[in-house]
Design a protein around this ligand. Structure first.
Ligand code: GLU
Length: 415
């Protein structure tokens, strides 16, 4: 995989957007500069009795529109620049969905696959002890992300509450239901993306009941996306992969079987009666919908000319580089950009925050309806902007989101 610094990508995207909107240098400088960053060293006692020191980050990119929000990733390749980029994308994501929130992101350099549950718990608690003054229900509210789970949020919320000396359920979202989690949060990222795919298919005249789908990445977002595409639309999941490899089959696979296979054997690539396919080749399949649901920078100028999907629905953050964006646009491929497509997670997180503040919970049907409304409105506002300005969908999403952030900064007298 080509190495691209995601924060350079963000800066490039901001410059493009600034050209379209005619933004002044002070505004551009503010958008490119995360407002606050914290780097911490976390000593954690491992099961063998030795202490290992992990590096952790929390970056608050912009809080002009409100409390900052964004996940925490546990990932061996985490860097401060990746966290900065992801924090900026959260600022655009919350603004695009018109949530009264800003953007932040956290990360710890670690490999959770090689850690025991006890080690993970101690790491999660150590992270909270270090970032305690930096986060809070009315300040900065983290959530799950790559390799962090509702259980991790539960440990973190518990540690925060112990230090605060009172229950503070609202400091994290994506918690388990008995601890103030929201109904509908588990599949929210995928469900939100599915609503945008449904709208895109309507616009493009694609019948999703006959559509073929390839899913790259089979974590929370990828699995639920495959499942919902098959359950809600009757679409065929013809290929799927995870970090160990992939499988494809024209007749379509059962998303539940693939999930069970991943839990039992560690990877979907052990699914029976399927052909093997690499992580790279899956992106180039001739399918109606390609769903990158893993990590950043997988569609670059190298493979973009060979992408054949009609819709690329970016459930991952940052899967497409700016050069690749332009190639896909020229090829007429309809890209549903990441901070639109995967905004369902933070949208239901916002509902979780509201429910935690009010101590009153909605049922799942209500959450789904509110999510659908938000995602559908955001999709059409991006589509209309892309048509109005004759720009690609990502640039259009930037225009909508950045306009809102800049308006808030102006009203506050920052620029
Ligand atoms: N980690 C998710 C994202 O990247 C959710 C963030 C949140 O719920 O705050 O959007």
């Amino acid at each position: 995989m080509e190495h691209v610094n995601p924060f350079d990508v963000v800066k490039q995207q901001i410059d493009e957007c600034a050209r379209i909107l005619g933004l002044s240098p002070d505004v551009i400088a503010m958008l490119k500069s995360p407002m606050r960053e914290l780097q911490v060293s976390l000593p954690v006692r491992m099961d063998d009795g030795y202490t290992q020191v992990f590096q952790g980050f929390r970056v608050q990119h912009n809080d002009a529109r409100g409390i900052t929000k964004g996940g925490i990733r546990f990932h061996p390749d985490e860097t401060i620049d990746t966290v900065r980029a992801l924090a900026a994308w959260m600022t655009w994501k919350t603004a695009l969905l018109d949530l009264p929130l800003g953007g932040a992101k956290g990360g710890v350099v670690c490999n959770p696959k090689e850690m025991s549950p006890g080690e993970l718990e101690r790491l999660s608690r150590a992270y909270v002890r270090s970032v305690f003054p930096f986060i809070g229900p009315e300040k900065d509210v983290p959530a799950p992300d790559v390799y962090t789970s509702p259980q991790v949020m539960a440990w973190m919320m518990d540690e925060y509450s112990v230090i605060a000396g009172k229950p503070q359920f609202g400091v994290f979202t994506g918690k388990p239901l008995p601890l103030g989690g929201s109904p509908g949060r588990a599949d929210a990222t995928a469900r939100g993306g599915i609503y945008t795919i449904r709208e895109a298919a309507r616009v493009l005249g694609i019948d999703l009941s006959k559509a073929t789908i390839a899913v790259q990445g089979y974590g929370n977002a990828g699995f639920f996306a495959a499942r919902l595409c098959s359950e809600l639309f009757g679409a065929k999941i013809v290929a799927m992969c995870d970090s160990s490899g992939g499988v494809c089959c024209l007749a379509g696979a059962d998303p539940y079987e693939a999930h069970a296979c991943k839990i039992e054997t560690g990877s979907v690539c052990n699914l029976a009666d399927m052909e093997s396919i690499s992580n790279e080749d899956i992106l180039e399949l001739d399918v109606d919908v390609l769903i990158p649901a893993a990590v950043e920078n997988v569609i670059t100028h190298h493979n973009a000319p060979r992408i054949k999907a009609r819709i690329v629905a970016e459930l991952a953050n940052g899967p497409t580089t700016p050069e690749a964006d332009e190639i896909l646009y020229q090829k007429g491929i309809h890209v549903i950009p990441d901070f639109l497509c995967n905004a369902g997670g933070v949208t239901v997180s916002y509902f979780e925050m509201v429910q935690n503040f009010y101590l009153y919970f909605w049922d799942e049907a209500e959450i789904r309806e509110r999510l659908d409304k938000k995602m559908t409105a955001a999709y059409h506002s991006v589509l209309n902007t892309s048509r109005e300005y004759k720009i690609n969908m990502r640039q259009a999403a930037y225009v909508r989101a950045v306009e809102r952030v800049v308006e808030a900064m102006r009203l506050r007298g920052w620029v």
